[in-house]
Structure formats: structure tokens, C-alpha cells
Write a protein that binds this ligand. Structure first.
Ligand SMILES: CC(C)[C@H](C(=O)O)[C@@H](O)C(=O)O
Ligand code: SF4
Length: 773
């Protein structure tokens, strides 16, 4: 009997099932786990407290990116002297201690392979088609460009993966976005993805894995495909995927951690099966014409606020939906924009070319092409160009791109996240406007009261040169003088050379190389048997049964986790103490006289809402954006135990459940008709999880007969069960999967343990020399 046609997502999902519960929840094996300093300290602390180890160090790879300064490392000796901000330094030092203690492969600041985690994985060949990839970071979706199933997780899940190499998952819906035809001249993948998000909205992909397909996608380079999948999370999707093809295989072949020789051939024949079958079922199938896509930029505080560069600032007077209208008015005020102003007339103060969306070599080349022979405009105070990794930096310098940038008055930096979210010193001053190649334009994202506009690298460079947003199709490229360097010479080969600089290993496919690699692979899996001695019923999570609580109404849509807990509060290495950071920008303002924080009239500052235990949100997509588990931690610290909203960001939803908080999805009309008036009147609501009901807190009248919740989550919440303990009870299934994987997917063995040491790197404070352990 012919098997049922499956999507690419179905296939990768099916190949990773370790176990399926009666409740329909799956335990999936994780092939690749990337780790950075912001979301890992509490996870490693959890392992230590429970006496657990990292189950598969070969599947784990760590680097630092968010907190590190991007200034020259010429005089770098160690983190403790180089990073000035105490809390940033502590996070990086904590990671350095943890990787040493738990034997995790690490690219530190003295290693050229260090960079933004989502750039490093693919660059090293750690990210491979058909693998499951996770990281405590929402932009893990980037790796889906290789046909892997890659998604962001919270810190509790990071701990779960470290301890068990698995994750508990529900199956997502299948969405396909087909972009037919060819992109017009000058249109990039960034324009494409901003256009897509403008069409489907930031909640459009919620609950789905998006497969990007069609000629326009297939014609793109791997770098461009990564930019698209990177922003799948901004469309609310669990993950983005693109089927692997010859472009994918050419990119991977020969990378340091990619399979070699016979293993390469074996991998290739598997990878070639990874595509959606003819007739496979998609829950949503969206078609977009490539010819409709023009250079696109954002105007507001959500990535869906995307418009063609030829358009004008929208006018709320033309919007009838009251929630949308209010949102637009607020965004225009925040962004300091006047309705109907042509976008091309808007001046900028700074530009940022970088981030995991657009800091790859191709992006830097595109920006350099624009900058060549020009100078930044006088009104532009700073243009930061931040390569995505040390290897990209080296490659760009080899091509002379840094000279072009410097001649244009741009500032050429060291690799890191930088002004994408400004956890390091790279931030905008209040009310400064930035042309940015990053992925989020949320309020306060690049600094308190900062104003971000998202666009492609070429458009950001053009805005820096012109001083205002510019249609790249009208830009006067300087082609009159010969470039001093060949910007596009030998593109891929050049970067591959840089990747290999330290390796000097035999070229792939030579028999010697294969044997060496295979010999390096441990015969037994590195299970390092997680101590099942501290297992099973782990308590610790609060039980949730019936709650009658003060309900604070919040009349807003698309509340992102940056707004729930801004970046400055992410620098903690603990899970508690975040109460004051909750909705910080909305709850507090600076008193101009004293410079001290004073409370605003935000809903949680008013009367009995200070004791609120339930948050009732009227708008869609609460908790969208970043994977920071600090958001539910802060809500919990404040006293909130339950959030009700029409929809939630997927990662936030998971993170909440892992902390004993109950997120409930209720249709907007029911919220507005039945629940909102009760909360507005200051009356409590009763949330009854066992019955899945919401009732009037005083009369006990049933307001919502039965809300939806996955049975497995309900079970864990009611009983306060810790997932890790539960999963470790499935040790037998995990070990069985690992044994089969060793044979079927032998090309994945070795993983990050195949990383070679770099000679001559400097010692850090903890005596950690790059890759010496
Ligand atoms: C710090 C991390 C949790 C966060 C994310 O998940 O995306 C960050 O990378 C971001 O871009 O906001
Ligand atoms: S989105 Fe920005 S902060 Fe987040 S990982 Fe990417 S570069 Fe870093």
C-alpha cells in the first residue's frame, strides 16, 4: 500500500519521534542544540541542582553573542577585563564556566569561529538537512533554510534538552507559502519576507510550520534563504522550512562538521527524500506573486507594519477597526511619524547593518556595493556594520569590504548581536531613528524610546548615504571608478576558504579524511547516562487547579515579550527578582525633576490590579517575539497565574506552562462580550482547569463552558509535574532511538565533538582555551 503523501515537516517530525503518549503529545529527539549566554545559565543551574549531566555533548555547541561589545578585540586577553558591563560579563563568564564544567564545545571571544549563534551553526556545517535544531532563542527558525526542523525554546526546555536530548512537542499545522515567478531586479529576500509578513500578519503563522516554496525561493542562495526562515518567527510560526536542494548541498559540502566521504553520500541520499510529496496536505496554502514584491520597509512597531518604499506613512483616519486604529495611533506617536508623509522623506539618525537576519557575507557585499565611493550623509551620526561571525569578518576583510565601509564613514566592528537588541553598549539614544537590517522593530528594541525601521542591507546602506529612506532602485551606484577590491570574486569559495583557515584538513571525499573522521566518532553514544537517580516526580512547579482572582484587563494586540520584559532584565542568571521589570516601559516613566522611576497609569498600577492574578488580553498574539522565559518568570513574580487572550506566541505559551502559569485561548468576541465587562467592573473571574471552565467570580455563572487545552499540559499543570522527571522515565525509548539513529543517521554522529582546536588562541579567565577540552 502506498504511504500517505507527507509534507517536508511531516517527514522530519516523523523521523524524530522517540515516543508518543496516549494524550497525543510527542517526545522528539534533538540532533543539534545551540547554546548562548542569555538563556542558558538557569538551565545549567537546574542540571547542577538535580545532579544531572549534559546527555549528548556531541549534539551541543555553544557560543557568545548577545552581551559582548563589538569594539576591536586587538587587546583582548579575557572576558573579565574586556567586558565592562558587570551583568553582561557575569553572563558570559557563567557560560564559560558551564561549558567547561559540562564539557560542551564552545567558541569564545578569542576564537574566530565565534559569532551569532544562528550564523555559526550553518557556517560550521553543524546545521544539516533533516535534523531537529533547537536553541534558547526565537530565531532558531533560521536553520530551517536547510530543510531542518528548527525552533526556539525557553530556558526550561533548554534544560530539558541538555538533560534528555529530547523535547516534548505537539504536532503543528502545515502551512505553505509559495512565491511564484522571479524577483525583480534589486529585490532581496528581506523584501520578500517583510512582504510576506505584511500579507499574513505577525500572528498569521501561529501554530504552524511554514514551508517556503516556489521558484522565487528556489532561486535564492542559502544566505538569502536563511534570512527568510529567520523571520518566520516574526510571522508567528513555530518554524520555517525550505526543502534542501543542490544549492543546499553545495553550501554544506566540505564545511568542518559536515559528513565526509561515504557518510556524505549516505546523507545525500537521505536528504534528497526531504521534500513535500505530491498531494501532501497543507492546512493553509498561500500564494504570493514575486512580481508584487518591491523594496519594503517597516514604519511601525511590529514587523507586519511593512510597506513598499514608494508608499506613505499610513493614516489612522482610514482605519475602522478600533483596536487596529488605536494601535496605529500609538505606533505613529512612538515612532514620531506624521500620517501621509512619503516614506522616502523620512530622515534617519543611525543605521545598523548586522544581526542573524542580515550579517552574512552576501549581506555585507550588498551593503558595500552601495557604500562604495560614497560617504554617509552628515545627518547620520553612526553606521554600524557588524559581521555575523569572526569568519565572516575575516572574509570581508580579505575582500576589502571593511575599507569600503570605513571610507564611507561607517564603523566596522567585531561579531555579535550588537544593536539588534542592544544588550551590549550598542544602543540608540531615545527618539533616534535607525535604518536597520535586523528583524524586530518593537518599542524600545534598540534602546529606550528607540525608533527602528527594518529593511534590507542595500536599503539600510542607501539610507545611510542619503540620510533618508531611499528606493534602492533609484540609487546612484558608484561604478565609475574601479573597485580597489573585487567584491564578488569567487564568492562561495572565498568564504569556504575562510571557514577552513584553521582546519587545513584534507578536502572532503578523500579516503583518508573519511577514515580519520569515522575513527574520531565514539563507538558508543555519548549518553553519559543522565543520572536517573534524581528523576521522576520532581516537584517544584506550582500546581494549578481552580483560581478565583482579580483580573486585570489589557486592551492591546501583539504584546511582544520585549514589552513584557525588556532586554536590560535578561542579564540575570536567576529565574526570580523580575517583578519590577514586568512591562517596565509601560509601568514606569522617569520623573524629569528627580530622574527617578515613577509609576504610570498602566493597568497593573491601578487599584486592585496591583494584586491581579489573571491577565485578560483583548488582542491577538500575546507574548509574540523573543523566546525569553523571563517573560513568564516576571509575570509569575508579579503574582499573575493565568493569562487569557485570543492567541499567544507559541514559545511564550510553552514557557508559561513550564512555569505553572496557565495560558488560555478564548475567541476575541467571547472575551469582549463575556469576560471583559466583568473584569472592567473590578469583579474576579474563576478559572477552573479540571473542568476547563471560566466562571463569574461572585455569582459562579459559567461564562466559558469549555476552553481548549492539550491534555498532557493539563495533566502537568494540575499535578505540578516537572517534564524532565517525566521524560527521564522514558529512558528506554530514548536509548532505543539513539541506537537506531547511530545506524540510520550515522552521518550525524560526532557532531560538535569533531571541532578542531585552534592553535595560538588566548587563554580566558577560567583557563579555558578555545576547544582544548
Ligand atoms: C535573548 C533571546 C531570548 C532573544 C530571542 O529569543 O529572540 C533574542 O535573541 C532576541 O532577538 O530578542
Ligand atoms: S535577533 Fe538579534 S539578538 Fe536575537 S539572536 Fe538574532 S542577532 Fe541576536
Amino acid at each position: 500500500m502506498a504511504s500517505k503523501p507527507r509534507t517536508l515537516y511531516d517527514k522530519v517530525f516523523d523521523d524524530h519521534i522517540v515516543h508518543k503518549d496516549e494524550s497525543g503529545s510527542y517526545l522528539l529527539f534533538i540532533d543539534r542544540h545551540l547554546v548562548h549566554e542569555v538563556t542558558s545559565p538557569q538551565a545549567f543551574e537546574g542540571l547542577t541542582n538535580a545532579g544531572r549531566t549534559v546527555r549528548r555533548t556531541d549534539c551541543t555547541l555553544a557560543t557568545v553573542d548577545h552581551n559582548i561589545p563589538t569594539t576591536s578585540r586587538e587587546n583582548f586577553t579575557d572576558v573579565s577585563t574586556f567586558i565592562e558591563q558587570d551583568d553582561s560579563r557575569l553572563q558570559v563568564e557563567t557560560l564559560e564556566q558551564n561549558v567547561k564544567k559540562f564539557d560542551v564545545t564552545y567558541f569564545g571571544m578569542d576564537d574566530d569561529r565565534q559569532g551569532i549563534v544562528h550564523i555559526v551553526g550553518p557556517e560550521q556545517g553543524f546545521t544539516l538537512p533533516g535534523t531537529t535544531v533547537v536553541c534558547g532563542d526565537s530565531h532558531t527558525s533560521t536553520h530551517g533554510a536547510f530543510g531542518s526542523l528548527a525552533f526556539g525554546i525557553g530556558t526550561s526546555e533548554v534544560e530539558h534538552v541538555l538533560a534528555t536530548q529530547t523535547i516534548i512537542q505537539a504536532k503543528s499545522k502545515n502551512m505553505r507559502i509559495t512565491v511564484d515567478g522571479d524577483l525583480s531586479e534589486g529585490i532581496t529576500s528581506k523584501d520578500l519576507v517583510l512582504h510576506v509578513i505584511g500579507v499574513i500578519g505577525t500572528a498569521g503563522g501561529t501554530g504552524s510550520v511554514i514551508e517556503f516554496a516556489g521558484k522565487a525561493i528556489e532561486s535564492l542562495s542559502m544566505e538569502a534563504r536563511m534570512s527568510i526562515c529567520n523571520m518566520a518567527i516574526e510571522a508567528g510560526a513555530r518554524a520555517g522550512m525550505i526543502k534542501p536542494d543542490q544549492t543546499t548541498f553545495d553550501y554544506i559540502k566540505g564545511r568542518p562538521l559536515a559528513p565526509k566521504g561515504a557518510e556524505w553520500e549516505k546523507a545525500l541520499s537521505y536528504w534528497k527524500t526531504l521534500h513535500s510529496d505530491e498531494g501532501a496536505h497543507f492546512d493553509y496554502d498561500i500564494k504570493i506573486a514575486a512580481s508584487d514584491i518591491v523594496p519594503t520597509i517597516t514604519w511601525g512597531n511590529s514587523p507586519q507594519d511593512a510597506l513598499p518604499i514608494t508608499a506613505s506613512v499610513p493614516d489612522p483616519a482610514n482605519v475602522s477597526d478600533p483596536i487596529k486604529k488605536a494601535g496605529m495611533e500609538r505606533a505613529l506617536q512612538y515612532q514620531g511619524l506624521t500620517p501621509n508623509t512619503p516614506l522616502k522623506d523620512i530622515k534617519i539618525d543611525k543605521a545598523f547593518i548586522g544581526s542573524c537576519t542580515n550579517a552574512r557575507i552576501e549581506d555585507l557585499r550588498a551593503a558595500a556595493k552601495v557604500a562604495k565611493g560614497h560617504k554617509k550623509a552628515d545627518n547620520v551620526k553612526l553606521v554600524l556594520v557588524v559581521p555575523g561571525s569572526g569568519l565572516i569578518k575575516a572574509q570581508a576583510e580579505k575582500e576589502g569590504l571593511h575599507k569600503i565601509f570605513e571610507a564611507a564613514g561607517f564603523s566596522w566592528r567585531e561579531a555579535g548581536c550588537s544593536m539588534c537588541l542592544g544588550m551590549n553598549p550598542d544602543i540608540l539614544d531615545p527618539e533616534e531613528r535607525c535604518a536597520s537590517t535586523s528583524n524586530r522593530n518593537f518599542e524600545g528594541r534598540q534602546g529606550a524610546k528607540s525608533r527602528t525601521h527594518l529593511m534590507s542591507p542595500a536599503m539600510a546602506a542607501a539610507a545611510a548615504i542619503k540620510g533618508h529612506f531611499t528606493d534602492i532602485r533609484e540609487f546612484d551606484f558608484n561604478t565609475s571608478d574601479e573597485p580597489s577590491v573585487a567584491i564578488e570574486a569567487e564568492e562561495d569559495k572565498a568564504l569556504q576558504d575562510a571557514v577552513y583557515e584553521h582546519e587545513k584538513q584534507p578536502v572532503a571525499d578523500t579516503p583518508g579524511a573519511i577514515d580519520e573522521q569515522i575513527n574520531d566518532i565514539p563507538q558508543e553514544p555519548e549518553t553519559k547516562k543522565a543520572k536517573v537517580s534524581a528523576p521522576a516526580t520532581a516537584a517544584g512547579m506550582d500546581k494549578f487547579t481552580v483560581l478565583t482572582g482579580t483580573t486585570a484587563p489589557l486592551d492591546k494586540a501583539n504584546v511582544d515579550t520585549d514589552a513584557i520584559i525588556p532586554k536590560q532584565f535578561l542579564k540575570t542568571i536567576k529565574r526570580t527578582g523580575l517583578k519590577n521589570g514586568l512591562f517596565y516601559e509601560a509601568r514606569f516613566t522617569k520623573d524629569p525633576a528627580t530622574g527617578k522611576d515613577v509609576e504610570t497609569d498602566f493597568v497593573l498600577n491601578v487599584g486592585q490590579n496591583r494584586e491581579a492574578e489573571i491577565l485578560l488580553v483583548t488582542g491577538d498574539n500575546f507574548g509574540c517575539g523573543s523566546s525569553r522565559e523571563h517573560a513568564p518568570w516576571a509575570l509569575k513574580d508579579f503574582g499573575i497565574k493565568c493569562m487569557i487572550a485570543p492567541s499567544f506566541g507559541d514559545i511564550f505559551y510553552n514557557n508559561s506552562c513550564k512555569n505553572g502559569l496557565l495560558p488560555i485561548r478564548i475567541p476575541q468576541e467571547v472575551i469582549l462580550e463575556k469576560l471583559y465587562p466583568v473584569a472592567q467592573a473590578g469583579i474576579k473571574l474563576t478559572v477552573d482547569l479540571p473542568k476547563q471552565q471560566i466562571r463569574h467570580g461572585e455569582t459562579d455563572e459559567v461564562l466559558v463552558e469549555q476552553f481548549d487545552i492539550e491534555q498532557f499540559r493539563k495533566h502537568c499543570l494540575i499535578n505540578g509535574l516537572d517534564d524532565i522527571g517525566l521524560t527521564l522515565q522514558k529512558e528506554e525509548h530514548i536509548a532505543k532511538y539513539e541506537a537506531e539513529r547511530r545506524i540510520k543517521f550515522s552521518f550525524l554522529e560526532g557532531g560538535s565533538k569533531l571541532v578542531k582546536p585552534i592553535k595560538g588562541t588566548k587563554k580566558s579567565k577560567f583557563g579555558v582555551k578555545a576547544q582544548e577540552w
